[in-house]
Every structure is written in C-alpha cells, then in structure tokens.
Design a protein around this ligand. Structure first.
Ligand code: FAD
Length: 468
C-alpha cells in the first residue's frame, strides 16, 4: 500500500516509484491501493492555516484522478488525530496482510513520532526521502556535524549536487502489478471533499508549472536579483505554497532550472544563481531542523536567548496582527498576509524584525501567527525565518541590526505603490510622505490612519539594551 503525506504528487515521488516497481500485495487486475488522511483537526491543532488546508484538499482531489491513470485507487480518509491514523493503518494492514506501506518521510517531530508508533504497532512502514534536493544529513562539515553558517553549507551542498548527479530521481511508470482492492471498511470520502474556495487564486500545481513557473523561468529569472525585493511587483516565483505542500518537488524544480541554465552549478555569480541560492536556504533550514529537533519544539537555536523575558504586550501584538501599528510598510504587509495568505519575503523580514525588536514580543507568537495565516506555512522555513529576524537563530541577523521600517519602505516601496494597495486610507498621501505620513496628515488635517504605536528611535535603543 502507498501512503501519501506531504507529497501529493506523481513526479519525483520515491515512495510511489518503489510502490509501482514492487509486486508485493498485487494479486489481480484490480487497482492498487493508496491512502491519504484528511486530518483537519490535527492540522488546525498544528496551526495550519485554512487556506493551506483548502490548497491541500484541492490537490488531494486532483491526485485521485491522476493516480487512476496509474491504476491506483487513492482513498481520502477523514480522521481526527495522528493516533487515529496509526490505528487505522494498523487494523488495515492486519486485515489485508499488507507487507509494505510505502511512504515518504516527514521532517517534523510529531510526524516522526507518529511513524515510530506505526512501526511499534507492526505497520510495515518503508520510508523514502522526497522533501529536499540532497538527502538530509549528507551535507556535513569536516567534523561530521551540521554547518552553523549558511555559506559553507551552500558550498558543500553544491559539491554534493555536482558529484551526485540526478540518478536517484525516480521515474514514474505505469503500474504492471495490480492488487486487489476489496475493502468495504475504508470510509472513502472522495465524494465529500469540498474546496471552500479559499485558495482559489492559486492554481493547481500542474497549471502553475505550465503557466506561472515556466514564465518565471523564461522571463523573470534573469531579473530576479533586481526585482526580488520590491513587493509591488511580482518578481519572485510564487512557488512556496507548492513546495510547502509537497505538490511540487524541489529536485524537479532544480532540474527545470538546470535545463534552462545548464552551467548554473558552477556559475555561482550568475544572475540566475541568486534564485537557486534561495532554494538552498530552504535546504539549509530543513537540514538544521533534521539535526536540531529542539527547533520543532520552538526552542531558540542560540540557547542564551531561551531565557529572555519578552514583553509580550497584548495590545501591541493585536495592532501588529491587524496591520495597525502606524508604520505603513508593516501594516500593508500584515494586511497582505491577512487578505491573501501570502507575504513577500522582504516584508516577512520587516514585520518579523518589527515584532521582535520594536515591540519586544516573542518571535514564537509571530511564528504561530504566520503559520495560522500563510498558504506556504512550513515549520522549518518559518522557524528559520523568524529566528533569523529575532537574532536567536543559526546564522541569524546580529541582534544590533534592527530594520528601520521607514527606511525599508523608502528603499523597497519608493512610490508607495504597495502601501497604497493595502492601505487605502493613505491613497491621497504624496510618495515622499507615505512612508511615515503622520506629520503630513496632521499639517493637512487628514485623519483615518492609526498613530504609531512606538517611536522608532526609542524602540531601537530599548531593543539594543534588551538584547544586550
Ligand atoms: P522565491 O524568491 O521565488 O524563492 C524560491 C523558493 O526559495 C521559495 O519558494 C522558498 O522555498 C525558498 N526560499 C526563498 N527564500 C527563503 C528563505 N528566506 N528561507 C527559506 N527558503 C527560502 N518560506 C516558506 O516556504 N514557508 C514559510 O512558512 C516561511 N516563513 C517565513 C517567515 C519569515 C519571518 C521569513 C523572513 C521568511 C519565511 N519564508 C518562508 C521564506 C520566504 O519568505 C518565502 O519562501 C518566499 O517569500 C516565498 O516566495 P517565493 O516562492 O515567490 O520565493
């Protein structure tokens, strides 16, 4: 049997590949059996956003049809908890003499515990790896440990990719072996899976790949370095929801990139490399979490920060969440998140810095809020990003580097185009004043925008003393 988890795809899916190339469990011409658990309660308990859940459900429904072409019947089974998943599989495997359950491993602590429970209960679980380009644990420093700095990790990672080649990429072929599917105990919910439309503006992976991603590679990749920091333009790929949900594989992305730029692995100063560099950050954070499981439990990577007593002012936190801090770029960014389920990378850095350094609020509250609202919420990248901004993480921003939200706005949204999109109350403010419009508004008797909840200069000094 095949168990889909964070890998709802047919391309570069090792578990699917090996499942198709084994004859175990096949006894007739009937379709072979695959399963995906819809665990909404569990997902919500882990702070997954509703938009991400909808996105996953849409992909699960699409996969049912895609797998039918491979003569695999995918059952979507509704359960509440991970324990329910374990119980379900245990009973199923016993009742049907299943000799192997093929699946791709998941990085996170709870998922890992669930898999251990499965094995304890006798589920014959066979795990492969599908969430990274280079298998986790292979990129190590000379003493055999995980790197603590990104650049040497990147160099060692590149060396691995150059020497390993891509022979390990599974090629998906149509099944020759078939198994009997005679399971009236399976509560299939294929017919009741419904999208609530929340993620509707994000096309399914196949469509994204054919239209958006190919256009990005053809027309935007070379200008990525110049455009990636400007939130008012679509200068980035928008692939994060697909990678986070596992509906597009990172190896597959790398191959698409190399097809376009065959010398990229050696041309590290080419404009295209800067995009690969970001994908390597993703690999870095996944490797970090693999080696440092405490990160799954939201411990600070740098232990000395674990004892910080954050101020955690609830009124200020609410203002941040609602985009009402009085700092236009911060507010526009938070409203982008609240309205669309996505936020531009530059803005993620700005709002995370603002929450932790201007408001002295625990990065974990921001991390949780992001997970609850992002379509691309991903424990490793989110944790890495938050700890980077809060200066508590591995190869993080030094504590004394504090983003000035006004200066960031002037640099990355010079005409206020992005700000005006999300803060209509500032639509009449001139470009020059829009980054911090309070004086101008007062002088011109304009109301309708919140006063700043902190003074930048004071907050900066407070943060420096606090961190020290
Ligand atoms: P592109 O610029 O096109 O980059 C391509 C891919 O590279 C991204 O899809 C992503 O997989 C990877 N990538 C890019 N930047 C980073 C980075 N800084 N760290 C790790 N991987 C990166 N990314 C998530 O996927 N999920 C999260 O929950 C998440 N939370 C974040 C929280 C904070 C505080 C910060 C600062 C960053 C976070 N990121 C997260 C990283 C980054 O912001 C997003 O991956 C990026 O904005 C997604 O847009 P894109 O796909 O258009 O990126």
């Amino acid at each position: 049997m095949l168990w889909f988890r964070n890998d709802l795809r047919t391309h570069d899916n090792p578990a699917l590949h090996y499942f198709l190339n084994t004859s175990c469990g096949s006894s007739s011409d009937s379709p072979r059996k695959a399963i995906f658990f819809i665990s909404e309660k569990q997902w919500l308990a882990h702070d997954w956003s509703l938009i991400k859940i909808d996105f996953i459900k849409r992909h699960a429904a699409a996969l049912v049809d895609e797998l039918a072409n491979l003569n695999i019947e995918l059952s979507l089974v509704e359960v509440d908890t991970f324990d329910d998943q374990v119980n379900y599989l245990t009973q199923y495997c016993q009742a049907h003499n299943v000799d192997t359950v093929f699946a791709n491993s998941e990085l996170e602590f709870n998922e890992h515990q669930r898999d251990l429970n499965c094995i304890k209960q006798g589920v014959p679980l066979m795990l492969y790896e599908a969430d990274v380009i280079v298998p986790k644990g292979l990129v190590l420093n000379q003493s055999g440990s995980m790197f603590k700095v990104f650049t040497p990790f990147k160099n060692a990672w590149l060396k691995q990719v150059r020497t390993a080649g891509f022979d390990y990429l599974g090629k998906i072929t149509r099944a020759d072996d078939k198994e009997t599917l005679a399971d009236n105990k399976v509560k299939s919910v294929n017919n009741i899976i419904k999208s609530d439309g929340l993620s509707g503006t994000w096309p399914l992976a196949k469509e994204y790949e054919a239209n958006v991603f190919s256009t990005f590679l053809q027309t935007k990749l070379t200008g990525y370095e110049q455009c990636r920091d400007i939130p008012s333009i679509k200068g980035t790929s928008g692939i994060s929801p697909y990678l986070a949900a596992g509906v597009i594989s990172p190896r597959y992305v790398l191959i698409a990139l190399l097809n376009r730029c065959p010398d990229l692995l050696l041309a590290t100063d080419s404009p295209e490399f800067s995009w690969l560099n970001e994908l390597i950050w993703r690999e870095f954070y996944r490797n970090l979490m693999f080696h440092e499981q405490k990160l799954c439990k939201h411990y600070c990577f740098k232990e000395q920060y674990q004892l910080i007593t954050w101020h955690n002012n609830q009124t200020m936190f609410t203002a941040w969440c609602e985009g009402k801090t009085g700092y236009p770029l911060v507010d526009a960014a938070m409203r982008q998140l609240n309205q669309t389920g996505w936020m531009h990378n530059r803005l993620r850095m700005v709002v995370a810095s603002f929450l932790t350094k201007h408001l002295l609020i625990d990065w974990r509250l921001g991390e949780k809020y992001f997970m609850q609202h992002l379509i691309d919420g991903d424990l490793a990248s989110n944790n890495g990003g938050w700890q980077w901004a809060a200066s508590t993480g591995c190869d993080a921003q030094p504590y004394f580097r504090i983003f000035n939200p006004i200066r960031q706005s002037e640099r990355f949204d010079p005409n206020g185009e992005f700000i005006r999109k999300y803060l209509p109350e500032l639509s009449s403010i001139p470009d020059k004043q829009i980054h911090f419009p309070h004086k101008y508004m007062e002088q011109n008797n304009i109301s309708g925008y919140v006063k700043p909840i902190v003074d930048h200069k004071e907050a900066r000094l407070k943060a420096l003393a606090f961190y020290k």
